[in-house]
Design a protein around this ligand. Structure first.
Ligand SMILES: Nc1ncnc2c1ncn2[C@@H]1O[C@H](COP(=O)(O)OP(=O)(O)O)[C@@H](O)[C@H]1O
Ligand SMILES: [Mg+2]
Length: 168
């Protein structure tokens, strides 16, 4: 279920008020969240579901534990603070090339997909990235092997190259 933007804005503002900060712009949005730029110089992502919040929270905790800032040249946002009640993750703002959006990631538990589902999934990643597919694949494998994170939403808006047009 997606969250109407005015609701997300109200939630982000509520979160930021307690930090004496405010929304200064909208950073972007996708399937699961709306992201605002704050006056603290951070990105505030408001999730529409507790599940995607939790997935992303676990992934950012792993990234923080391992002090991961860059994955194969793609910047990863620095997690700053989370609020489970509001389903908010506050993080650093990154410029392309970047890797973000761990809302459907699995951390430590391998997704229970059938071989057919995996095949279909890889087919979609291939379509999304075309000739850059080997890079997307390398990022996926790196995250899995080094951090035990399965990034399941590999698409150009989440794994952004410098000179890309963005497709959500
Ligand atoms: N930390 C960040 N720094 C810069 N831009 C961001 C950041 N987080 C999100 N964005 C922008 O907001 C968009 C939506 O964020 P994302 O985490 O992908 O949400 P969703 O899970 O809804 O797809 C991204 O594609 C990107 O353009
Ligand atoms: Mg996204």
């Amino acid at each position: 279920m997606s969250l109407a933007h005015p609701d997300a804005e109200r939630i982000a503002q509520q979160y930021l008020s307690s930090l004496n900060a405010e929304i200064v712009a909208r950073c972007g949005y996708g399937k699961e969240g709306v992201v605002f730029k704050s006056s603290r110089g951070t990105a505030v992502k408001v999730h529409s579901s507790s599940i995607t919040f939790q997935n992303e929270y676990l992934a950012y905790r792993r990234l923080a534990e391992t002090r991961t800032q860059v994955v194969l040249g793609f910047r990863v946002p620095r997690p700053i603070q989370a609020n489970a009640g509001l389903k908010i993750i506050e993080m650093g703002i990154v410029e392309p090339p970047y890797l973000l959006d761990f809302g459907t990631s699995a951390t430590d538990i391998k997704p229970d997909f059938s071989p057919e589902v995996w095949e279909e999934w890889w087919g979609r990643v291939q379509e999304n990235f075309e000739d850059r597919f080997p890079i997307a694949e390398a990022v996926y494998i790196h995250l899995k092997r080094k951090l035990n994170i399965w990034h399941l939403d590999l698409r150009p808006s989440n794994l952004r190259f410098v000179d890309d047009e963005v497709h959500l």
